[in-house]
Ligand binder design. Structure first.
Ligand SMILES: *Cc1c(COP(=O)(O)O)cnc(C)c1O
Ligand SMILES: [Zn+2]
Length: 382
């Protein structure tokens, strides 16, 4: 492995830099790491490349000679549908191999972890990231210990265990689960989707694809669920690469959907804060975004500032209404993903998103993951 192919990682807290030649997941000061700078996006280089996320591989800043750990993820359909009384482009990322967009991050991260020669990793997740990392770790021949809160969906837990990971159920909150994983990570490696710079780099592929599928036009808006900030950060950094290279003319505005019952980013945005405040979290059906203390909170606030974006809270009733509306269009997504549909509905009704504006609705996870929750909610009709 040649050192000159490897990115330098910089700490967002103390600004020190670190080589990525050895396994590392955070700075010695405890800060989160991001890569220093990537190559300039070059459209001409794409000719003849495969139609999956590896089409853009130089932008994940992985060792050049590392074979990708891949199931062919990416290039999911961008489908026009009628929703919220208008025509929008739905990005069907729930069609990724394990049923959620997290496969983009897992493929990139596991490629780096295998290149580092790691044999054993620890991760914590509310379900989808764990299921995705379990699949790609199996593919890479790496043993994965996946910590989940014992309240996680039964289907997601089954997926994690049956794809070959060691499933560890932790009683209590999502935050308690993360703390338990971190303790175990002392003796292995913390391959956290929320901390890994390589996971985030892989998520940029969704932005590149959306732009390419729109013939290199930026949409006016991308509406997406926001939990720990991977999706929002990936879209933001991805579109920024394209703007910096002059490939698209402007940044799309990001609309970040949160459940009213757990909306710390909305609280920060509303109050104009530079940090994400502590909130009192209530239960929500949007389990994939129930992050009371989002790991990538600062990135989400930056993305909102830099894209002139909005954060928007949606109620449990609005989430279920949007879930049904999408299902009746043939898009059977998770309640977590339906938060984006609910936010679009309400932002369009308020005139924040104008009728003539071009909107991408980013659909993150498959409804088949949440069968237990969905069946419980609609029990009287089934
Ligand atoms: C993880 C997840 C999200 C939230 O993504 P963040 O990167 O944590 O903001 C949204 N939807 C689904 C289905 C997820 O699994
Ligand atoms: Zn630091």
């Amino acid at each position: 492995m040649r050192e000159d192919h490897l990115p330098l990682l910089h700490c967002i807290e103390c600004k020190s830099t670190h080589p990525s030649s050895e396994p590392i997941w955070r700075c010695s000061c405890g800060g989160r790491l991001l890569p220093v700078a990537g190559p300039v996006f070059d459209r001409a280089a794409l000719t003849g490349r495969p139609f999956n996320m590896w089409r853009y591989r130089e932008h994940y800043q992985l060792p050049r000679d590392a074979a990708p750990v891949t199931l062919g993820e990416g290039f999911t359909p961008l489908t026009e549908i009628d929703v919220a009384g208008r025509r929008v482009h739905a990005k069907l990322d729930f069609l990724c191999p394990t049923g959620s967009y997290k496969d983009r991050g897992s493929a990139a991260m596991l490629t780096q972890l295998r290149a580092w020669g790691l044999k054993e990793i620890v991760e914590d997740s509310s379900g989808n990231a764990g299921a995705s990392i379990a699949a790609y770790a199996a593919l890479a021949g790496i043993t994965a210990h996946i910590y989940v809160p014992d309240s996680a969906s039964a289907g997601k837990m089954a997926q994690i265990a049956l794809q070959g990971a060691n499933l560890v159920k932790v009683p209590g909150s999502r935050e308690a689960c993360a703390a338990a994983a971190l303790r175990h990570a002392d003796s292995t490696f913390y391959a956290s989707h929320n901390w890994s710079p390589f996971f985030l780099l892989g998520l940029k592929s969704a932005a590149y694809e959306i732009a390419e599928q729109l013939d290199w036009q930026a949409p006016d808006w991308v509406v997406t669920p926001a939990g720990n900030g991977g999706v929002a950060g990936g879209l933001y950094y991805g579109f920024r690469d394209l703007v910096n290279a002059g490939v698209i003319a402007k940044m799309p505005r990001l609309a970040l959907a949160q459940a009213v019952n757990c909306a710390p980013v909305h609280a920060a945005w509303l109050q104009g804060l530079q940090y994400v405040p502590a909130i009192d979290k209530q239960p929500t059906v949007a389990e994939g975004i129930a992050a009371a203390q989002p790991v990538r909170g600062l990135e989400m606030l930056e993305a909102l500032r830099e894209t002139n974006g909005v954060a928007h809270p949606v109620s449990e009733a609005e989430i279920w209404a949007a879930f049904e509306q999408l299902a009746r269009r043939g898009l059977y997504v998770e309640p977590t993903s339906a938060t984006a549909g609910a936010a679009l509905e309400s932002l369009a009704a308020q005139g924040v998103i104008a009728p003539e504006e071009r909107v991408v609705l980013y659909l993150t996870g498959s409804g088949l993951k949440s069968t237990d929750t969905i069946v419980r909610h609609f029990a009287t009709r089934l």
